[in-house]
Each structure stands twice: as structure tokens, then as C-alpha cells.
Design a binder for this molecule. Structure first.
Ligand code: GDP
Length: 455
């Protein structure tokens, strides 16, 4: 049904052209000049920015919002969003045409934009208190509203997550949403959406898994990176262990030994990888376990992703220079080491996307807390990862070094803490059993299965 809407109202249709014209005219056209069809064509434009993980979470969030509100999703093609994915909707494009009237402003939308929902509430251009309520004639409503849902959003912008505000927004034909995060957990707190969310997602902790696997398919050049790497290095292993290393703290980057120890302690304590013998133990082994196994496959492959090669080199050397306690062979691989985050570079983003996808193909996953790169991999893979938490004291490995995440869902890093009904602050992580705080970002929100995850 949503695909039909995308085709009927998407770019290159009469309805789209009329809706764009209306936007150009500032929404002031006569209401009766529109066919009933146009009234049904409403749009949400998703502007995403920052790293690829952030962009993917933003587009997935906008898509779910589009489905819940019966709007067409159009994605701003800048920041390589037009290069990395296949078109998800058959028979139409999800890319916002380059001649879209607001396209030049897309990069400049911010908390200060006059048409932001928060500013329109503040300046009484819109209101839910009856002065300018949701029943005002469509022709008098602004042609578009900008939804500023970034980490730095204000109290007015946060009203987006309230029922009355959603009713008001439903009368605006164009919504432009800019976010860098996964807002989905807070959509579950909007009463209007709850019935449909219940029907769509009986498994509460598989929302991004379904959204992501529907929307994000690597474009051909990225698929080539995934397939060639998988076949050449990973396909024959009995088990694949993904380790996503993201070092945010510059101080940690200067003492990587602690991070290295955190990785190996996590993998060994949780028996994800075999420990290595020390030199004495190795020499005392009566039957060296390194004898090739005639045909039987007892190997594990570790896929490391990181901006730097340092961890990979150490872990690879460790498994080459020492035997493992279990006799398993461990091969270690890292597709790229880009050194730093390059912005707006197709080949860099393609590698990042390929690596997220390869991680999602692993059997088990160790991720770095806080990282949206890891969130995308775990969500696509349907994997509840072991998360290496960030530590305050960067000179010591935390104890325990990692913990099993409560669900495979991404964490919403900047949720509102507001009860729309009582109009007071509230801990939004305690309202519904399936919307809880995250382990890695204590004030964040994530969807969990309230009955507990069995594995
Ligand atoms: P986050 O910053 O960890 O939340 O993840 P993002 O994906 O949003 O931003 C980090 C960006 O840095 C990625 O999109 C890549 O461009 C780059 N990057 C970080 N880690 C890696 C990695 O392991 N491999 C590659 N290829 N790129 C990475």
C-alpha cells in the first residue's frame, strides 16, 4: 500500500508537480483548485547528514514516520544518499528531485529556521491551543514545516512527539525532517501511532531490522565490495565473529593498548574467540593442535572494522604467533583502514557501507558502544551484540569489558523527556515496558522485547 502511494504521488507525477507548485506559491493557492487526489498526497522529505550510520538511521526513522502518517518519503540525494542504495520502492524514485524548491536550503536548515515547527509554535504561526488549531482550512496552513529533530533540538521542536502536534502537522502538505539519529523509540510513545505500530511490529526489538532490510540494499558497486570480500576471506570459516572498533576519545586513540585488551578480554571471557596459549603452555602441548584437520573445518574468521589498522595487526599477529587453547584456527581480516572520516567521498562511503553490511553477515558481533555504525550492522544482521562500553577512566579496561545488549535495536541518543498529557517532565524510559533506556547511552531510549531475549 505504501509503495502504491509512493508511485501515485512521487516525482514525475501530476500530483507531485502540483504539490511542488503549491510549495512555490507558499501554499496560498485556492483550496478548490486542487483535485481530491492532491489532498491525499503529503510528503516527508528526509535530510540526513553526518556519518553513514547516522544517515541510515535518519532515513529509516523518516520512512517509518512516512508510513505512520500516510506520507510519501523523499530522500535528499546529497551526502551520497543517491549513490549507495538501490531504489527501495518499485516503479518510482525515493530521491528528492534536484530542482525541488527548497533544495538549496537543505544544508542550511537549523534550529534557527523560521519555519521550524518549534519556531512556528513560539511565534504563534501555529498552535495547538485553539488559536490556530488543526481545523484551520488547509489553504491557510503553511505550505511546509521544518522538523528539526537533531541532537540540539529545543523544547518546541520536541513537541513533535505529542499527539496534538501530530494532528496539527497532519494538515501540512510538506514536512522537511532533519535528524541525525534514530527517533523511532519515541514514536512508540505517541498514542496516535500505537495501534499501527502494534500491528506492524509484534516483535518490538526487530523494528530497525525490518525497516533496514526493506529500505537499504547496497548499490551494485557496494554489493561488489561485499560479495568479493565475503567470498575471498570469510565464506569458508565455520563461524564469523565481527568486531567493530570505533574509538571516539582522542585520549584513547593515544593509548590503544587498553582498547586492544578490552577487545581480547571481551572475546575470551564471553568465549566468542579462543584464548591463545602463552609460550610455555604452547611448548608443553603434547600434540600440537596446529596439525591440519583433514578436511574438517574448525576455523573461525574475525572480521575487524576500524578506521585504523593497528588493532587488526595486533590481533592477527597474536593468532599467528600463538596456538589457541582449543586448537581452533583463527583468521583475522580487515577490509579497509581509512584513517579518518572523509566527508562527501563516494569510495569512502561505499567502503563504510560494505563493512557495515559484512558485519551484519557475521554470526556474532562485538561492537563499540555509542556508534551508529555498529547499530546499523547489528540491526541489519538481527544480532544482539556484545557491547564494549566507553569508560571514564581510559587507562583501565572496564570490568566487565563488555556486556550483551538488551536488544538488537539502535539507541535514540537524544529523546525528549516530556509527558504531553501532564505537560511536565517525565522519564520516558519508564512509560512503556518495550521502551527502555540504553546500556551504552544511559539517557537514550531503545526498543526491547519486554519478555526478554532468549539468545
Ligand atoms: P558513528 O560516528 O560511529 O556513530 O558512525 P557513523 O557511520 O555515523 O560515522 C562514522 C563514519 O566514519 C563512517 O560512516 C565512516 O565514514 C567512517 N568510519 C568509522 N568507522 C569505520 C570503519 O570501521 N570502516 C570504515 N570504512 N569507515 C569507518
Amino acid at each position: 500500500m505504501h509503495e502504491e502511494l509512493q508511485r501515485r504521488c512521487g516525482p514525475n507525477t501530476e500530483s507531485y508537480n502540483r504539490a511542488v507548485q503549491r510549495l512555490r506559491d507558499g501554499g496560498a493557492a485556492e483550496a478548490d483548485a486542487h483535485s481530491p487526489d492532491d489532498e491525499q498526497c503529503k510528503y516527508v522529505v528526509s535530510i540526513s547528514y553526518r556519518g553513514l550510520g547516522n544517515r541510515i538511521l535518519a532515513a529509516a526513522s523518516a520512512f517509518l514516520y512516512a508510513v505512520l502518517t500516510g506520507r510519501v518519503l523523499l530522500v535528499d540525494p546529497s551526502n551520497e544518499m543517491d549513490e549507495l542504495f538501490c531504489e527501495p520502492f518499485p516503479g518510482t524514485t525515493w530521491l528528492l528531485p534536484r530542482d525541488f524548491p527548497l533544495a538549496s536550503s537543505n544544508a542550511n536548515f537549523s534550529a534557527d529556521t523560521a519555519e521550524s515547527y518549534g519556531n512556528m509554535l513560539k511565534n504563534k504561526v501555529l498552535g495547538t491551543d485553539g488559536s490556530t488549531d488543526g481545523d484551520m482550512p488547509a489553504a491557510q496552513m503553511p505550505a511546509f514545516a521544518y522538523l528539526h529533530l537533531d541532537h540540539d533540538y529545543g523544547d518546541g521542536d520536541k513537541m513533535f512527539f505529542c499527539d496534538d502536534d501530530q494532528r496539527l502537522l497532519s494538515n501540512i502538505q510538506w514536512l522537511v525532517m532533519r535528524t541525525d539519529t534514530y527517533i523511532v523509540p519515541s514514536l512508540f510513545l505517541v498514542t496516535t501511532f500505537q495501534d499501527e505500530l502494534d500491528a506492524l511490529f509484534p516483535e518490538r526489538d526487530a523494528v530497525f531490522h525490518h525497516l533496514g532490510r526493506y529500505l537499504f540494499h547496497p548499490a551494485n558497486h557496494v554489493w561488489g565490495l561485499v560479495a568479493r570480500y565475503y567470498r575471498a576471506y570469510l565464506a569458508t570459516a565455520r563461524q564469523l565473529v565481527g568486531v567493530q572498533v570505533r574509538v571516539f576519545d582522542h585520549r584513547q586513540a593515544k593509548s590503544p593498548h587498553v582498547v586492544l585488551e578490552q577487545i581480547s578480554s571481551c572475546a575470551w571471557q564471553e568465549t566468542l574467540l579462543p584464548a591463545v596459549l602463552d609460550a610455555v603452555e604452547d611448548a608443553a602441548m603434547p600434540t600440537p593442535p596446529t596439525t591440519p584437520h583433514g578436511g574438517s573445518n574448525n576455523s573461525k574468521a574475525v572480521l575487524i572494522t576500524s578506521l585504523r589498522p593497528w588493532f587488526y595487526e595486533r590481533i592477527k599477529a597474536m593468532y599467528w604467533e600463538r596456538a589457541t587453547a582449543t586448537g581452533e584456527d583463527v583468521s583475522v581480516h580487515q577490509p579497509s583502514h581509512e584513517e579518518y572520516q572523509h566527508f562527501g567521498e563516494k569510495s569512502h562511503d561505499g567502503k563504510a557501507w560494505a563493512e557495515m553490511y559484512l558485519l551484519s553477515l557475521c554470526d556474532v558481533l562485538v561492537t563499540s558502544g555509542w556508534s551508529t555504525f555498529g547499530y546499523v550492522a547489528q540491526g541489519l544482521g538481527g544480532l544482539r551484540p556484545w557491547v564494549m562500553y566507553k569508560t571514564v577512566n581510559i587507562t583501565a579496561v572496564p570490568d566487565p569489558p563488555c556486556g550483551r545488549d538488551v536488544s538488537m535495536e539502535p539507541c535514540f541518543h537524544s529523546p525528549p523527556f516530556y509527558d504531553c498529557k501532564t505537560k511536565r517532565g517525565v522519564d520516558t524510559g519508564t512509560i512503556l515496558p518495550h521502551v527502555r533506556h540504553c546500556d551504552d547511552v544511559s539517557w537514550g531510549l531503545k526498543l526491547v522485547d519486554p519478555n526478554g531475549s532468549p539468545n
